[in-house]
Design a protein around this ligand. Structure first.
Ligand SMILES: *[C@@H]1O[C@H](CO)[C@@H](O)[C@H](O)[C@H]1NC(C)=O
Ligand SMILES: *[C@@H]1O[C@H](CO)[C@@H](O)[C@H](O)[C@H]1NC(C)=O
Ligand SMILES: *[C@@H]1O[C@H](CO)[C@@H](O)[C@H](O)[C@H]1NC(C)=O
Ligand SMILES: *[C@@H]1O[C@H](CO)[C@@H](O)[C@H](O)[C@H]1NC(C)=O
Length: 500
């Protein structure tokens, strides 16, 4: 039994790198930080598209959005693009008992209303019942009445059912850990937390960790002068909430009043700390059940979230604040498991540029499974392959030898050159422009290119706009120098867009 090599796969929703272990001095995330202190922490990990369903489908199939052909929420890859094997399905095929709790796949059409059961999971996926109240009038406003608000710090005892979704998910995950087959079958348990995704429906006590007087605005709270309008996302999902509607914020650029910006930031951080506490409950349960030394723990998120940087909120863009995510891999190294399939890895922070498509091959490798082959150029017919790479180092030597020419690719679709009501999340048939981003050590370079949603073809000669941020001078990506480069030198970085 000491050769068990279980996997606990934790995914947060809309969590950027606002964690202590990623150098955020405001964030209070003691449980994740403690996990990180024993783990490989990938400091520069990027989502392939900064919105839930496309990113989750991409990560879990290890295929880029141009291969899943999911840019919105409205198709299921097995019938829409290819019958791709998922990360949990691969573990299931290797004899694992696989379980899904909370939001792992994007629920709904994107996972055929079943979270891809039975392909990916041994038993049907669990969803916390109290999630049904998430968009209901459950937030007490300043008028004492109940509203559908963005800011929704609550007394949990007064909520319907007296609980919240992530609290229920941990209860269920612990129950599954206790009741799973106890015959030596290894498990792959995925737990998807709903926070810090909006609304910020969280236990009110977490607000006191972040007194408003200590909150600050984003250091770059204005829409950059030279931001192409196509790059801007108008954060419609915030505008729909009753408390935000009352502010009468102009479309598309706002801004949101400063005092309300501070409160959004306070609530986001409080939601992070609340989610962190649930991670702590889950990890404690692993320890209590004697599973801490034979269970690998993965912690990540589907994408980030703007907190007022560039005058923007929410996800839906190609900025680092929305594409960069935490990625933490804990591999137990107790003496009893030294002869198990878990290979030795150094506990190091990894500065490399890593992509969420790398998660599948890396986790497979660390569990001692064969890493799927790299996908051929056209892979719609190939069920099991990866468009990512195994990023686990087994030695310092390997780390030194690895090339530093990493690139992370992300993309975002738009319906038009200027912000529209559906710019955040256009349906496939409305997509006219695709913003392809490449992020290197030195710059982020994004081209917004004509896109045909019927043929999925990109027209590389139909350039709608460009962005180039030189990160040494402009780490926050506020000074777009694309036009300068075009005018002066026509010497932009050479990129083969066919490599997507
Ligand atoms: C898709 O893959 C699954 C698992 O390998 C298999 O059971 C199913 O028959 C496949 N479906 C199609 C349409 O090929
Ligand atoms: C999706 O769900 C429907 C309805 O349950 C089912 O008939 C169909 O076979 C599922 N698709 C796949 C690829 O399994
Ligand atoms: C909302 O803002 C618009 C212009 O931005 C203004 O004309 C209108 O009077 C405002 N309404 C309220 C209720 O403040
Ligand atoms: C692993 O955990 C079990 C149960 O807590 C314990 O009996 C065992 O000594 C642990 N092994 C190591 C190497 O820590």
């Amino acid at each position: 039994e000491s050769t068990w090599k279980n996997v606990l796969f934790i995914i947060a929703d809309d969590l950027r790198t606002s964690l202590g272990c990623y150098g955020d001095s405001l964030a209070k995330s003691p449980n994740i930080d403690q996990l990180a202190s024993k783990s490989q922490v990938f400091l520069n990990t990027f989502a392939q598209q900064a919105v839930c369903a496309p990113s989750r489908t991409s990560m879990l199939t290890s295929r880029r959005p141009d291969t899943t052909r999911l840019y919105d929420f409205n198709s299921y890859w097995r019938v829409h693009s290819g019958n791709y094997t998922t990360l949990p399905q691969y573990f299931k095929s290797q004899g694992y008992f696989t379980m899904s709790v909370g939001k792992v796949f994007h629920p709904g059409i994107a996972s055929n209303m079943t979270d891809d059961y039975p392909y990916s999971w041994s038993i049907p996926a669990y969803h916390p019942p109290s999630f049904r109240y998430e968009k209901k009038k459950v937030c007490k406003g300043e008028d004492g009445k109940l509203h559908v608000n963005l800011l929704c710090a609550v007394n949990v005892a007064e909520q319907p059912g007296g609980t919240l979704p992530d609290l229920e998910s941990v209860d269920e995950a612990v129950r599954l850990l206790k009741t799973r087959p106890n015959d030596g079958t290894p498990f792959f348990l995925a737990v998807g937390f709903h926070k810090p995704h909006i609304p910020f429906r969280i236990p009110q006590e977490y607000l006191s960790l972040y007194p408003l007087a200590q909150m600050t605005l984003a250091t770059d709270p204005d829409v950059p002068e030279r931001l192409p309008p196509v790059a801007y996302n108008p954060w419609m999902d915030l505008r729909k909430r009753e408390d935000v509607q009352k502010l009468n914020i102009s479309f598309p650029y706002g801004p949101i009043p400063k005092d309300f910006q501070l409160r959004i930031r306070q609530h986001y951080y409080a939601a992070v700390s609340y989610m962190d506490a649930q991670v702590g409950r889950l990890l404690s349960a692993l320890g209590d059940l004697g599973l801490a030394n034979n269970t690998m723990v993965v912690f990540t998120s589907d994408h980030g979230w703007s907190l007022g940087e560039h005058g923007e909120w929410a996800k839906y863009s190609n900025f680092d604040v929305t594409t960069r995510v935490p990625l933490i891999l804990f591999v137990p190294r107790g003496t009893e498991v030294s002869n198990s399939a878990f290979p030795f890895i150094d506990v190091l922070s990894q500065p490399d540029l890593v992509e969420l498509v790398d998660v599948f091959p890396t986790v497979a490798y660390l569990a001692g499974l064969k890493v799927p082959m790299y996908c051929p150029d056209i892979s719609f017919q190939v069920e099991l392959c990866t468009e990512g790479e195994n990023r686990a180092y087994t030695s310092l030597q390997e780390q030194m030898e690895r090339s530093s020419e990493d690139i992370a690719f992300s993309q975002y679709p738009r319906p038009a050159d200027t912000p529209q009501e559906n710019s955040d999340l256009p349906n496939l048939e409305d997509i006219k422009i695709m913003g392809y981003s490449l992020r290197t050590w030195d710059y982020r370079y994004t081209l917004w290119l004509g896109f045909n949603p019927k043929t999925f073809q990109v027209n590389v000669s139909d350039v709608h706009a460009g962005e180039l941020y030189l990160l040494a001078d402009d780490p926050d990506q506020d000074k777009n120098v694309y036009d300068d480069y075009m005018r002066k030198t026509a010497n932009l970085p050479h990129v083969s867009w066919n490599s997507f």
